[in-house]
Ligand binder design. Structure first.
Ligand SMILES: [Zn+2]
Length: 204
């Protein structure tokens, strides 16, 4: 695999390890889709996480403004799913630090561990395994700004925007592959339901 794999190579890697499956799925939001991706099934393999993280780092490094600030970059994940990616990106870039946000229970806001992210004016590269609804990344961006830091870019392995996903313009945005599976807002419109294909509920 080249240092920046093609979209098809990335998707093949995800299929080969069972992270990307085709079928008939119902998300927790009620959306139906013909594709389901669980990136953790890929990033549990250290070499896969490293391969994909190095590829993402190459895209970041190719951005002139970001390349000039790499030594000062904080690579920050909005949750645990992005941690393997954040470490791989940080290692490949020789960036400054890695940390991540946590949520103690579903109704509470994201937070960082005490003492992390408290130096004002940090330049933050937000990194996650996947951008689907963008909710956690939106919350992370606000959190970073509220702490007096500066989000300077966003990188994810997979961009699989659902209909409510926001734009993060004008932040530079990097991803290795885009999945444009069709989503159905309700089962009455779902072609797979109409075809009588059994539905599998997934936990996201
Ligand atoms: Zn359906």
């Amino acid at each position: 695999m080249e240092l920046i794999p093609t979209q098809e190579e990335v998707l093949q890697l995800l299929r080969d390890c069972g992270a990307l499956r085709n079928g008939h799925f119902e998300y927790q939001s009620g959306l139906h889709s013909e594709e389901f991706l669980n990136p953790a099934l890929a990033t549990r393999y250290y070499q896969h996480a490293r391969t994909l993280g190095v590829a993402l780092s190459r895209k970041v490094r190719a951005h002139t403004e970001l390349r000039a600030m790499i030594q000062d970059l904080s690579v920050v994940s909005p949750g645990t799913g992005g941690i393997p990616v954040a470490y791989a990106v940080c290692e490949a870039l020789h960036a400054s630090q890695v940390y991540w946000a946590e949520r103690d229970s579903p109704e509470l806001p994201l937070h960082f561990q005490q003492g992390v992210g408290e130096k004002k004016g940090e330049k933050v590269l937000m990194v996650d395994d996947i951008l689907r609804s963008g909710r956690r990344l939106t919350e992370l961006r606000k959190m970073v700004i509220d702490l007096g830091d500066e989000p300077v870019g966003l990188g994810v392995l997979i961009y699989q925007p659902n209909p409510e996903a926001p734009s993060f313009d004008p932040l530079p945005f990097f991803y290795l592959a885009k999945l444009e599976g069709r989503y159905y807002q309700n089962p009455d419109e779902c072609e797979l339901c109409k075809a009588g294909i059994p539905v599998e509920k997934v936990g996201i």
